[in-house]
Design a protein around this ligand. Structure first.
Ligand SMILES: [Ca+2]
Ligand SMILES: [Ca+2]
Ligand SMILES: [Ca+2]
Ligand SMILES: [Ca+2]
Length: 635
């Protein structure tokens, strides 16, 4: 062999080796090379998909199950769900930027309203005169809309505003979850009449007359056993968005706006009425809130509040003994990084028994890269000195397009919480987008931004439309976006995400509400080796009981469940905390029941429940693959 040819062959050999090393470095440690023996073509595709980056190609169900342990299939139509969200048409003075000003309202909340053990779905609409839907779960995989006959459909009537979302909570402790609907308009409260219908109790409850809100949460902030309501304004509550006096209604800044709607902490007096205690507890924010959620963040026995605000910084309100709230976000990076907060949800991502907060923002390469935030509590900090560190970049959950609703949930039951994130703002024409003009107004002076007439007309253009969604798979301290690979292929303008075990078989299905788009139901299939446990809690309060704090609200909202378990991957044992929620994410509510994925060959050592009443209950060795109904003990 001539010397030159030999040289070339040797060089090629080493180049190949080097390439292989690069490729191997980018493959996951558990990559299954036997795939090449079974099907070399598929093996090559699998390797290439990893090299291409975060969102691998679509896989068939078998391959997704093998690789990730689960697969999602969009089956809303098959389930009898045929809902398309309509947007409102606000005052004609806003016509030139209507797609922006009317860009919200798609929302979804889950609740078993008739207590038959099957989870039902409430979805609001936002077009003037349009109808909301209450999908009753028939138990055979199908749903029937019963909103009209139950009296909770017709909530977008002229002069009352339009719906933006809903949260369920049993405010009178009669065992049936009641319905609160927030709007750009008159908020509404419906008493659930034993699952047979709903009675409107808005006036009797003494609710505020008009609030332009995009979020609300049920929370028993004073632990007296009566669920209170926190309602967060977005636009100024003095505005009737259909009848504007002038066009000076927009945020005064893209980063430091404080001219949004006021907040309402409405204390449940236990007699069917609510009193406004917002000022008394020290909350005076007028930021443009898009999401509020409650959880025990600061370490006391009282629930704290997290507000994700648009056009500014997020806020963390530490609850001092159910009497006062102190904003502590401003003491750290949360208060110094103004973004476009659109989501607030909680998850114990490292299985350390502490909750992190996921806040979504805008990431559009070349135009605006804010990045989402994963606020992880700093070890050793609590109370007013609680500090959070943003680990979104390090963990791989920072980039998600124009992000909206997100929820934590163990979608493959491997024992680690994953994140489902939807995104996309305005999908319109195929031509130019609005980004250049958006940049112009965002960079303008305060006096100009606040006046809608200075905003360049949209002229039918898109702004971050047709985006692919994110499903961040938790690989143990690091996440990877595998949305497309596990069946999430839609590109609608997503808003709200809710997770629920709709089939009662121990897996989390995914509901997504889209602006001007369909309500999607992604049914989840999980490999049976991965085990689970679910806990449905009921507080001891009953109608007529004194609100003396000795019993918890019947919905058990605010109860913390610490689960201690071992599995094949972690024989040394792990801990995960979850908290019963009265609404979280963006305009959403997951099922109230808590779902824990456990992994293979799991064994639960114990479950420790800290009830809002202060009582601690320990359950030794509860069974896996079981839904446990647990009542608060009174003895
Ligand atoms: Ca039901
Ligand atoms: Ca009730
Ligand atoms: Ca209360
Ligand atoms: Ca998982």
């Amino acid at each position: 062999m001539p010397y030159l040819v030999k040289q070339v062959l040797v060089s090629l050999f080493f180049a190949g080796l080097l390439g292989a090393v690069v490729v191997l470095n980018r493959l996951p440690p558990d990559f299954d090379f036997s795939i090449f023996l079974r099907n070399p073509y598929r093996g090559t595709i699998a390797v290439l998909s990893y090299l291409r980056g975060p969102s691998p190609e679509t896989l068939d169900e078998q391959e997704a199950l093998r690789r990730y342990g689960f697969f999602l299939r969009e089956e809303s139509k098959k389930a009898g769900i045929d809902f398309t969200h309509q947007t409102p048409t606000l005052d004609p003075k806003l016509a030139h930027i209507m797609p922006i000003t009317a860009s919200m309202g798609a929302a979804v909340s889950v609740c078993d309203f008739n207590r038959d053990g099957l989870l039902d779905i409430y979805v609001v609409n936002s077009g003037e005169g349009s109808k909301n839907r209450l999908y009753r779960n028939n138990g055979d995989g199908t749903f029937t809309d019963v909103a009209e006959e139950m009296g909770v459909a017709d909530l977008n009537r002229d002069g009352t505003g339009v719906c933006m979302g809903a949260v369920w909570g049993d405010f009178d402790n009669d065992g049936y979850e009641d319905l609160f609907v927030y709007k750009w308009g008159r908020p509404e409260l419906f008493h659930n009449d034993q699952g047979k219908g709903f009675t409107r109790v808005t006036e009797k409850a003494n609710l505020p007359k008009w609030v332009n809100a995009n979020s609300a949460v049920w929370v028993d902030f004073d632990n007296d056993g009566h669920l209170d309501l926190f309602l967060a304004g977005y636009w100024d509550e003095k505005l009737d968005l259909w009848h504007l006096a002038d066009t000076k209604v927009m945020p005064e800044s893209f980063e430091y706006a404080k001219n949004g709607g006021r907040k309402y902490l409405l204390r449940n007096k236990g007699d069917g009425t609510f009193e406004d205690v917002t000022e008394k507890v020290g909350i005076s924010s007028r930021r443009w809130t898009l999401a509020v959620a409650a959880a025990h963040l600061c370490g006391s026995d009282y629930p704290d509040l997290f507000l994700a605000n648009d056009y500014g910084v997020s806020e963390v309100y530490c609850n001092r003994g159910g009497k006062e709230f102190v904003e502590i976000g401003k003491n750290g990076p949360i208060g110094t990084n103004p973004k476009s907060g659109m989501n607030a949800s909680f998850g114990d991502v490292f299985n350390r028994g502490r909750l992190a907060v996921y806040v979504s923002n805008i990431t559009e390469p070349r135009n605006l890269v804010q990045g989402n935030n994963l606020w992880v509590p700093k070890a050793g900090t609590s109370g007013d000195r609680l500090q959070f560190v943003n680990q979104a970049g390090a963990l791989g959950v920072e980039r998600g397009g124009w992000s909206w609703g997100a929820q934590f949930g163990d979608l493959n039951n491997d024992g680690q919480l994953d994140i489902y994130l939807t995104n996309g703002y305005i999908t319109a024409g195929d031509g130019d987008d609005y980004w250049y003009d958006y940049g112009l107004i965002a960079g303008a002076l305060k006096e100009l931004i606040v006046d809608a007439k200075n905003w360049p007309p949209m002229k039918g253009r898109s702004l971050s439309g047709r985006q692919t969604k994110c499903l961040f798979w938790n690989r143990g301290g690091k996440f990877e976006d595998i949305a497309r690979a596990v069946g999430v292929t839609d590109v609608f303008d997503g808003r709200a995400v809710a997770l629920a075990d709709l089939g009662n078989h121990g897996v989390l299905d995914v509901l997504v509400a889209n602006q001007k788009g369909p309500l999607l139901l992604y049914r989840n299939k999980v490999v049976p080796e991965n085990q689970w446990a679910e806990f449905e809690l009921e507080g001891a309060m009953r109608p007529g009981d004194a609100g003396d704090g000795k019993k918890s609200n019947r919905s058990a909202i605010g109860a913390r469940v610490h689960l201690y378990w071992k599995n094949e991957a972690h024989p040394e044992g792990q801990e995960q905390v979850q908290e019963v929620s009265g609404g979280c994410g963006y305009a959403a509510q997951n099922m109230r029941r808590l779902h824990f994925g456990l992994g293979r060959k799991a064994e639960i050592e114990k479950v420790v429940i800290r009830w809002p009443s202060g009582r601690t209950q320990t359950i030794a060795a509860p069974k896996v693959n079981t839904l446990h109904a647990i009542k608060e003990p009174t003895e």
